[in-house]
Ligand binder design. Structure first.
Ligand code: N01
Length: 566
């Protein structure tokens, strides 16, 4: 049974007493950008595929994260698909950085334009995926008790899709309304006249706080760790800017795929907005001038101001001190400004934040900042939050407390490979993958932007397209050569794991207690999960593996079973 065309798909024989499973060549889990593009490409290859999606609509992270102020901090001209020249010409973005409703509208447009919905089953959460060595197929179970069978299973489950509530005593005793930024009500929330608490000050909170502050009567922010944030300088899309991209999309997209983050920070610049100079190689005045210019431009390109901000502590200190000086300039109350200044980890090693009027919001009379380092939360009470300094009463609590990132969603599914081996056990000491694409012992199970790939350190759509294209090439190769299974060897996986780890340890990233390191989830192993080698380098590594006949993978011919059985 090599990779077949849709027309050849046969349903597997149901075992005695078993409900017959719906059979496909490929089951895709998740209808975000990764799942949708995978479905589109699989159809082109002539394979039968179905997406199983827990939500009622497409969009993945942009479906769930509807909190006020949610916005992407990769420019919209680049945070969009490149696979269809017609799509990228016909779609227009209204702002430099699109907000969540517009990105979700784009996801829906993609679903309609490529007629994807007929192969997406919504409100269906995958609870288990077990590999059956006899049939060499994945048996997939859903929360509704439905069973599916597929030769391949593709986890397009996203890196930030399992929302994390804090483990604070008394959390369930609270009588008011509670929300998590990553699981926001579709009808929106009206905070007018309310006393609102926000717990957490990561990217989500930093976007939500200025918007909630405008509506609420009183907003209290509970901050455990301050964050470095750069103004977005968001604004309306201009016809000139849009036109410059649309007329040169081919060249620019091709270039972006070779960059470290998959982003061109300044497409009009000879070096695409990357200043290839050490921060220590220039004078104090020049350094300040560069930082001021980046601060004025806005966005994550601040971290490309010099080439060693993430590898050289001394250089990093200069950028960190610059941002602290800006916070002190903006926030009028010096004590509040000091609490907002991050001091105990290098800038950029927790995800750099991008905001609109975040620090300015603390100048509002209706906003209060509580420093949890000085007065930790003791409990959530029926009326609000109790810290070491006393009790605060609220009408609503917003948890902006992040995600069980990168591995949480996969570990919540009961995934079992050869000999019933559980992914949860295999990953107990940290995720084990080869190229972030597959895991040993799990034949024909792919992950889109899995741990061990650049994923969250990159423009996700660039990484999604690269992963899907690589997988489609692998499936086409298998089909052409009568191959039935693909699986990494344990050796290749171990070597890749070491490579990812070494790359991480050459940077300052490992100095921060971040979700990149699993530090935000109690008991989660402290491993730097994404691959920092860069999107361009990583693409070359993946392509080289394929060019060498899928080096590090074992590919099994369809007739191998027959041979083995003889
Ligand atoms: O989550 P986070 P997020 N008591 O984990 C705090 C992407 N994203 O949803 O740092 C008190 O960053 C926690 O404090 P600490 C982006 O990749 C992108 O904001 O652990 N506080 C922290 O302040 C981002 O990195 C965009 O000390 C508690 C906060 O909660 C990722 O999503 C927008 C606590 C969690 O911050 C996650 O961002 C939004 C407790 N018990 C998100 N537990 C854009 O593209 C946790 N915290 C712009």
């Amino acid at each position: 049974m090599p990779v077949r065309g849709a027309e050849e798909t046969r349903e597997p024989q149901a075992r005695k007493g078993e409900v017959r499973a719906a059979g496909y060549d490929v089951i895709i889990v998740g209808a975000g950008f990764g799942g949708m593009y995978m479905l589109h490409r699989l159809r082109e290859l002539g394979l039968s595929a179905r997406i199983l999606e827990a939500a009622t609509g497409v969009g993945g992270t942009w479906y769930w994260n509807r909190y006020p102020g949610a916005r992407c901090d990769v420019e919209s001209m680049q945070y969009s698909f490149s696979f269809s020249p017609a799509l990228q010409q016909e779609w227009s973005w209204s702002e430099r950085f699109a907000g969540q409703p517009e990105i979700l509208a784009y996801a829906n447009h993609v679903a309609d334009r490529f007629d994807l919905r007929r192969d997406i089953q919504f409100e269906t959460r995958v609870t288990a995926a077990h590999y059956d060595e006899e049939t060499r197929r994945w048996q997939i179970l859903t929360n509704g008790g439905e069973r599916f069978s597929a030769q391949f299973c593709v986890m397009a489950t996203g890196c930030l899709s399992t929302a994390k509530l804090p483990e604070i005593e008394g959390r369930d005793s609270y009588q008011g309304a509670t929300y998590h930024t990553g699981y926001w009500p579709h009808e929106g929330v009206d905070f007018s006249g309310q006393r609102v608490a926000v717990i957490g000050t990561g990217s989500s909170a930093i976007q939500a706080i200025p918007v909630i502050a405008e509506q609420a009567a009183q907003l209290t922010v509970f901050q455990r760790t301050p964050n470095y944030s750069i103004p977005s300088r968001n604004g309306p899309m201009t016809p000139d800017y849009e036109g410059s991209w649309k007329s040169q999309y081919d060249v620019r997209r091709a270039k972006a795929r070779t960059m470290r983050t998959g982003i061109l920070y300044d497409a009009s610049d000879a070096n695409y907005g990357i200043n290839d100079v050490s921060a220590m190689a220039v004078s104090d005045d020049e350094r300040r001038r560069v930082y001021e210019a980046r601060w004025a431009t806005g966005g994550t390109s601040f971290m490309a101001a010099f080439n060693d901000l993430l590898t050289n502590q001394e250089s990093n200190d200069t950028a960190a001190e610059f941002v602290r000086s800006k916070i002190r300039e903006i926030v009028r109350n010096p004590a509040t400004a000091e609490i907002l200044c991050p001091k105990d980890y290098p800038i950029g090693t927790k995800r750099i934040c991008v905001d609109t009027d975040y620090f300015e919001t603390y100048n509002r009379p209706n906003v209060e900042l509580v420093d949890l380092k000085a007065t930790p939360i003791e409990a959530i009470t029926p009326k609000g939050v109790r810290t070491a300094a006393g009790e605060y009463e609220f009408d609503a609590i917003v948890y902006a407390t992040g995600f069980d990132a990168m591995t949480g969603t996969l570990m919540n599914i009961d995934i079992r490979g050869r000999e019933g081996a559980e992914l949860r056990e295999q990953w107990a000491a940290g995720p084990q993958t080869y190229l972030g694409l597959m895991s040993a012992g799990m034949p024909n199970l792919f992950m889109i932007t899995g741990p061990g790939s650049p994923s969250v350190l990159s423009n996700m759509i660039v990484s999604i397209e690269q992963h899907v294209d690589w997988m489609i090439d692998a499936l086409a190769h298998m089909r052409k050569n009568g191959l039935e299974t693909i699986e990494p060897t344990a050796d290749a996986q171990a070597a890749w794991g070491q490579h990812v780890n070494e790359a991480g340890h050459r940077t300052l990233y490992v100095k921060a207690a971040s979700w990149y390191m699993g530090a935000n989830v109690a008991g989660k192993p402290r491993v730097f999960m994404p691959y920092i080698g860069g999107v361009g380098t990583y693409r070359e590594e993946c392509d080289e593996v394929a060019a060498k006949g899928y080096e590090g993978f074992v590919l099994t011919p369809a007739d191998a079973r027959a041979v083995a059985a003889e």
